[in-house]
Design a protein around this ligand. Sequence first.
Ligand SMILES: CCCCC/C=C/C(=O)SCCNC(=O)CCNC(=O)[C@H](O)C(C)(C)COP(=O)(O)OP(=O)(O)OC[C@H]1O[C@@H](n2cnc3c(N)ncnc32)[C@H](O)[C@@H]1OP(=O)(O)O
Length: 300
Amino acid sequence: MPVSLYASPPGVLFPRGSPQEWGQAARQPPGLLPAQCRAFSNNKILVELDTSSGVATMKFKSPPVNSLSLDFLTEFCISLEKLENDRACRGLIITSAVPRVFSSGLDINEMCGKSREHYAEFWRAVQEMWIRLYSSNMVTVAAINGSSPAGGCLIALTCDYRIMVENPKYIIGLNEAQLGIVAPFWFKDTFVKAVGHRVAERSLQLGLLHSVPEAHRIGLVDEVVPEEKLQEKAAAVVAQWLALPDHARQLTKSMMRKAVLDHMLAHREEDIQNFVNFISKDSIQKSLSMYMEMLKKKKS
Ligand SMILES: CCCCC/C=C/C(=O)SCCNC(=O)CCNC(=O)[C@H](O)C(C)(C)COP(=O)(O)OP(=O)(O)OC[C@H]1O[C@@H](n2cnc3c(N)ncnc32)[C@H](O)[C@@H]1OP(=O)(O)O
């Protein structure tokens, strides 16, 4: 029987219980999904659960760059909620269906020119995504098949294990400082837990985006594989972790993550106010607008 210290973190947007129904394989057009597969999808995310292995694959499908808009974050949390409440699901692989990008991080448009109420709602959704994933009972593996800056990197860091595709064009890291903004304490804590204090301090201050070999060297990703091996490797890692008794693995995970999670939950409202005050500043709005312009210029 799965046990978790964090089955229902206080203040979550989506309380446990009564998940929406899954689309059953039987309802799919014949031949699309094998009998042991169930699937559901929305505008942003596709989820397929293989009930024989107990492993779900969640694919981000929000082109051009899987940016984490309020809609995306809401769909992400709903999808996690459904999986967490499904006894048939014990493991989750998160990957991208968009070529060359895992996720470009928080949608900058959600942080520009909006009301304070909007910023508060958006930030609560960002927090919610992290709380749900960080406290998940499932074994979570990020199969990173593209670039993954800032919030995209956070999603990967929040998983139990990270496997990245070897490609000289892909980058990963918490580059907030380059945008003139500051990664909040719980982004920092999650990063420090993965790579250690010294590496995190340098990387965060410089807003570094690491190449794949460098990310592997500093422990930001656990493994690097060729693209064609990614899914197979992710499935093998989940199977290895699922071979242990659920209760022992889950309680160990809760124990390892408790301090960081408790810290965040204790300061959640304060963190929202900090974000709203910070992002509403004229100077920060100007930095973000300039960064967006730079992104667009880079294309032309
Ligand atoms: C204050 C408290 C702290 C807040 C913490 C913040 C966390 C964050 O996550 S902030 C977001 C940081 N993200 C980035 O810096 C990534 C920016 N994007 C990129 O570097 C690249 O887009 C890429 C490497 C992810 C992909 O490159 P490429 O395939 O060449 O795609 P384009 O650069 O041409 O982008 C296509 C299209 O998408 C727009 N876009 C990219 N990223 C974002 C984003 N994060 N939010 C909103 N929009 C984004 C980009 O502007 C292009 O738009 P169009 O020109 O209209 O096509």
